[in-house]
Design a protein around this ligand. Structure first.
Ligand code: NI
Length: 268
């Protein structure tokens, strides 16, 4: 792995655990057992607005050798997504999604329109990736109104475009035979799992099984107050081979459930 790639992944991890500290605690627990963690994917979220849309967030990855793969459309969640994969198998896939703003209510569109206008400096102009900061100020009431309509819209408003979650590749672990064992381990250590519809989403038939924690509330500074709101979750994924013998690298249909499950976990 090149130095620049290692630096980029490190920046993303630090950004992520600053809003989702449970991920660092889980990583430490697994590391203490002697595990060496590999990530299956890193998921980034943004708004479908020029300058911060999927393509803008993908640029730093493309510059370092990640190549664009399949696109997805999650109509129920008003989300478009695409993933990027690197030739180096050890590197995580990058799944970038964006909210289709034009499908939201006029009120939500007005709030988001005000956030992004004037647009914050895009990643090109700033010379730094757009996930390094939240490029707007937002009042708590605006966040709550967005969250009520779309938890996804609320998350991006509160945290800015950036990493929503990292996902550990379960195949890289040596002391857990399956996701059930991991689920038991996490529960034993006091973590809450997103168990709406069962803790393990997906199946061998869909070639992708995933497990995720529930998002913890964290303190976020709004322009008028500081409030505790749900952050991101930590995910663990196990992939299966296609009939061809190749490992499945896509995200559908499991990712579709993942979006729903995140929302369910937050709204509770
Ligand atoms: Ni994911």
């Amino acid at each position: 792995m090149g130095v620049r790639i290692a630096e980029l992944l490190d920046v993303l991890w630090r950004d992520y655990v600053s809003s989702t500290p449970q991920a660092e605690r889980i990583r430490q627990l697994l590391t203490q057992r002697g595990e060496i963690l590999c990530n299956d994917h890193i998921a980034l979220r943004t708004y479908g607005v020029a300058g911060i849309a999927i393509e803008a967030l993908a640029r730093p990855f493309e510059a370092l050798g990640w190549r664009a793969r399949d696109r997805y459309r999650f109509r129920d969640q008003h989300v478009r997504a695409r993933y990027w994969q690197h030739d180096d198998d050890e590197l995580p896939k990058v799944l970038i999604s964006e909210l289709a703003i034009e499908e939201l209510s006029p009120d939500a569109q007005a709030v988001i329109g005000a956030l992004v206008d004037p647009p914050g400096p895009g990643c090109d102009e700033r010379g730094a990736p757009p996930w390094a900061w939240r490029p707007w100020r937002i009042r708590h009431a605006e966040y709550r109104a967005l969250f009520a309509e779309s938890p996804y819209a609320g998350w991006v408003a509160a945290f800015g475009p950036g990493v929503h979650h990292f996902t550990v590749d379960v195949a890289s672990l040596s002391t857990f035979p399956d996701l059930e064992a991991l689920a038991a381990f996490l529960i034993e250590h006091g973590f809450r799992l997103d168990d709406a519809g069962g803790a393990i989403k997906g199946s061998r038939a869909t070639r992708l099984e995933q497990l995720s924690t529930r998002a913890d509330p964290v303190a976020v500074a709004f322009s008028d107050t500081t409030a505790r709101i749900p952050s991101g979750h930590y995910e663990l994924a196990r992939r299966y081979r296609l009939p061809s013998g190749e490992l499945f690298h896509g995200f559908v249909p499991a990712s579709e459930r993942s979006f729903e499950s995140t929302d369910a976990g937050i709204s509770r």
